[in-house]
Design a binder for this molecule. Structure first.
Ligand code: MV4
Length: 455
């Protein structure tokens, strides 16, 4: 049914989708900006169309240009990748009304999950545990203080249009909350053109645990286990792994069943991820749902053997999922690190430029997802991801040793990268023991910066 897929994205994820299409015997169309003319996604695709100048809002975010490229090339489906238009419900619905297949969940599901207060309400109604907080959007500061006094401080103010950590404010008492609500509203209005906020009880040291889901148009939803993404810097994940050191088989089953229940309540019919916070007492709470393929999806592919992108494409074509929950086996341990063109010695400032020399690691249990080659010019216009380095081992200890070994094989010259920083981080007792929370990186970075300054 799907003969030709247009990939509305760039970089490693565009390559990832093209690879799945090749294995499925589906033709591919790359779209690209002017600066991306020499990119690998353009070279690997069967056809390509230049859709505009380098800034994203003049190319990869231009809906009419992308639809025109699909029309000209006769593509009959669009895969959005992650970022750019992947969670834009308007784009998804225009794709569908143009008679094209949208490779993602239904536009109204994207829209409802995009409203974080609405997503909370829906999941609570479906019996998914949510963090105690306000019933939807706050009508006033007094309401916020009332709700906060009832459940206790500290609380966190979040933008309904936020997600991914943008537009959040923590308040430890009523006075701070009275200041935080207007500030958060102003920030939300500026960033998202929507000032609406809600509050939740603030969990001090949670782990970020997310569950990979796959659904089809026949009402089936399965979970592919969890990923632990607790190590983040400013809401940018640095390391992801599966299984989580904090999740045993029993908790995995409860997380999985809960995530499936939530997804089925909205007739979820694609690849998606439900994010939870796990507190010190082993309780978990729904945080938000990502209605797209994620950067870290290969971690799950390594422990399940399932090609998530292929399943996502098949589901969009109306096929049934190729396997049942009971047939899934989780094997070994996988870890992903992101290698970025950034300078850890300068606050992780982007370090674009020409890659003068490149050697990527190999050997048993190593996977590299990257669009970068020797001589490639990393553009300042887009994200700084150079490569995702993944390792798979029989257990966490083998995966850790393999990760150190593989990181040490990496050699990227001509630009600053996060390779050595990541190796230092991987070698810490904190990461080696798996005893991490969403706050762990802050303290590591303080020490790291102090060491860099010779303090
Ligand atoms: C929280 C939280 C603690 N308590 N909500 C950050 C990303 C966005 N999706 C929500 N985030 C958080 N929400 C409550 N009620 C702590 C965070 C958070 C965080 C979450 C996951 C990974 C890294 C984080 C870093 C700082 C704060």
């Amino acid at each position: 049914m799907l003969k030709k897929i247009l990939i509305a994205n760039r970089g490693e994820i565009a390559l990832r989708v093209i690879r799945a299409c090749k294995e499925l015997g589906i033709d591919t169309v790359a779209v690209h900006s002017e600066v991306d003319a020499d990119s690998l996604h353009v070279k690997f695709a069967d056809e390509s169309v230049c859709i505009g100048p380098s800034p994203g809002n003049q190319s990869y975010l231009r809906v009419p240009s992308i639809l025109a490229a699909a029309e000209i090339t006769g593509a009959n489906a669009i895969h959005p990748g992650y970022g750019f238009l992947a969670e834009n419900d308007h784009f998804a619905s225009v794709v569908q009304s143009s008679g094209l297949v949208w490779i993602g969940p239904q536009p109204d599901v994207i829209r409802r999950m995009g409203d974080k207060a609405e997503a909370r309400r829906m999941m609570q109604a479906a019996g998914v545990p949510v963090i105690p907080g306000s019933e939807g959007v706050l009508a006033s500061v007094d309401e916020a203080v009332g709700v906060a006094r009832e459940m206790g401080f500290p609380v966190i103010v979040k933008a309904v249009a936020g997600g991914g950590g943008r537009g959040m404010r923590v308040a430890r008492d009523a006075e701070e909350l009275r200041a935080a609500v207007p500030t958060a509203r102003a920030e939300a209005e500026k960033a998202f053109s929507n000032p609406d906020v809600y509050i939740e009880k603030y969990l001090a040291r949670p782990r970020h645990i997310e569950v990979q889901l796959l659904g089809d148009k026949h009402g089936n939803v399965v979970h592919l286990g969890e990923r632990d993404c607790s190590l983040q810097r400013r809401h940018q994940k640095l390391i992801e792994e599966s299984p989580s050191p904090a999740v045993d088989a029993k908790l995995r089953q409860r997380l999985g069943e809960t995530a499936i229940r939530g997804a089925q309540s909205v007739a979820y019919d694609s690849a998606g991820t439900m994010e939870f916070l796990l507190d010190e007492d082993g309780r978990f709470y729904f945080m938000e749902m990502n209605t797209r393929i994620q950067v870290e999806h290969p971690v799950t592919e390594l422990v399940t053997g399932i090609d998530i992108v292929k399943e996502q494409i098949a589901a969009a074509a109306g096929e049934k999922l190729g396997f049942k929950q009971s047939a899934l086996r989780f094997t070994g341990h996988a870890i992903e690190v992101r290698i970025n063109a950034e300078d850890p010695g300068a606050g992780f400032r982007p370090s674009p430029g020409k890659v003068e020399f490149l050697h990527m690691p190999g050997g048993i249990g190593v996977r590299i997802d990257s669009h970068v080659y020797q001589g490639y010019e990393i553009s300042p216009w887009y994200d700084s991801l150079i490569a995702k380095l993944l390792v798979h081992g029989r257990d966490r200890s083998e995966a850790l040793a393999r990760l150190e070994r593989a990181l040490a094989e990496c050699l990227i010259l001509g630009i600053r990268t996060t390779t050595e920083f990541t190796l230092d981080l991987v070698r810490t007792p904190m990461f080696q023991t798996g005893d991490v929370t969403t706050r762990s990186l802050e303290s590591f970075l303080e020490e790291y910066d102090a060491a860099a300054e010779g303090v």
